[in-house]
Design a protein around this ligand. Structure first.
Ligand code: UFG
Length: 338
């Protein structure tokens, strides 16, 4: 099966491409190289022994995208990762975020309709739940007003897909990721950092490597067991594997036009739990200080994963220790400039 993977050399995209290839699928990657490195194609080849097809395509340019589909007529399904994803940047540049994330998705769906491609898996986020009223949060929980333009683009794309699936032959699975972390066991692919990391784990690994002086923990006065926020951290390879389960489900199920699944482990860990887990996995002490809360942070969010476990026949399997070890191996690899 030929699977179009948009954003396929990004963090989650590249891990998904590897898992697809490991299972005999034929991924076709498009990426505009705005937030990604073409060298990842070589690294995927190193891991899998086979070079994936790659085309540089700007999805917001309909002519470019249409040309791509004209060239590759045999696409069986699409996994749509391509998006801008820095929450802070989206607050500063809302037009850039709305334009990029929405126009690319609209163009993609138009092409899928025109070229008669029916199945799409979409990267969504637990950000659509905001601060959930009930934990663990399940897929039927109310969608809350978005905390950022980035979060709003995920919500709007979910709406676009919901409305489109109602009146076209397109079928979709929306995967709501919790907090993907870690890297491939080979340390050849992972999350590249451009400047100061926004996310917790790269901040921890950069503090461990000496690149950052200390981790700042944003608030310890939340209503949680140790006062720091709770999140559902999940290994990126587990997230990647869920996409294959979603593709397989789309190919066998006829009646469901759109489905939504949470991708998490179901466990809420605090920021301090994560610091301890890193220290235990690597033996390296993390220098940290508690500072004020970060505006826009939710107190606690972790997934009810039962629906994904049952319907996708998928379960996150990698441990917190594996997440931390792989994140650290990746950081060391980055430090070597490889
Ligand atoms: N944190 C720190 N110090 C840091 C970085 C993070 O204490 O330097 C804390 C945060 O306050 C939060 C936790 O670590 O409590 C996790 O923060 P991340 O930035 O790693 O992840 P978020 O849960 O904030 O972000 C996730 C997704 C986003 C999504 C967002 C909104 O990564 O894509 O949830 O729900 F938009």
């Amino acid at each position: 099966m030929n699977i179009l993977v948009t954003g396929g050399i990004g963090y989650i995209g590249s891990h998904t491409v590897v898992e697809l290839m490991n299972r005999g699928y034929n991924p076709i990657i498009i990426d505009n190289l705005v937030n990604s490195d073409i060298e990842v194609v070589d690294r995927i080849e190193k891991i899998t022994g086979k070079r994936p097809v790659f085309e540089k395509v700007e999805m917001c340019n309909m002519d470019e995208l249409r040309n791509f589909f004209t060239k590759y007529l045999q696409i069986d399904a699409v996994i749509h990762f391509a998006a801008l994803l820095a929450v802070n940047e989206s607050v500063e540049k809302p037009l850039l975020y709305y334009h990029n994330n929405l126009v690319s998705t609209l163009n993609l769906l138009q092409c899928m309709q025109d070229f008669n491609i029916k199945d799409i898996v979409f990267s969504s986020s637990c950000t659509v739940y905001g601060e959930p009223d009930i934990l663990p949060v399940d897929e039927f929980a109310p969608i809350k007003p978005a905390m950022s333009p980035y979060g709003n683009t995920k919500k709007i794309c979910e709406d676009i897909l919901t409305d489109t699936t109602k009146v076209t032959e397109i079928r979709s699975i929306l995967l709501r990721y919790f907090n993907p972390i870690g890297a491939h066991e080979t340390a050849l692919i992972g999350e590249f950092q451009d400047g100061v990391p926004h996310h917790l784990i790269p901040y921890i690994t950069e503090t461990a490597s000496g690149k950052r002086e200390k981790l700042r923990i944003f608030g310890n006065d939340y209503n949680t067991p140790d006062g720091t926020c709770l999140r559902d951290y999940i290994h990126v390879v587990d997230i990647a594997i869920a996409h294959i389960a979603a593709i397989e489900r789309l190919k066998i199920s006829n009646e469901n036009k759109i489905e939504v699944f949470n991708l998490g482990t179901g466990i809420g860990y605090s920021v301090l739990d994560m610091v301890n887990a890193f220290e235990n996995a690597t033996g390296i002490k993390i220098n940290y200080e508690i500072v004020a809360r970060r505006p826009g942070d939710v107190e606690a969010v972790y997934a009810d994963t039962r629906l994904a476990n049952k319907e996708l026949n998928w379960k996150a399997e990698r441990t917190l220790e594996e997440m931390m070890r792989s994140a650290w191996e990746w950081e060391k690899m980055l430090g070597k400039g490889k």
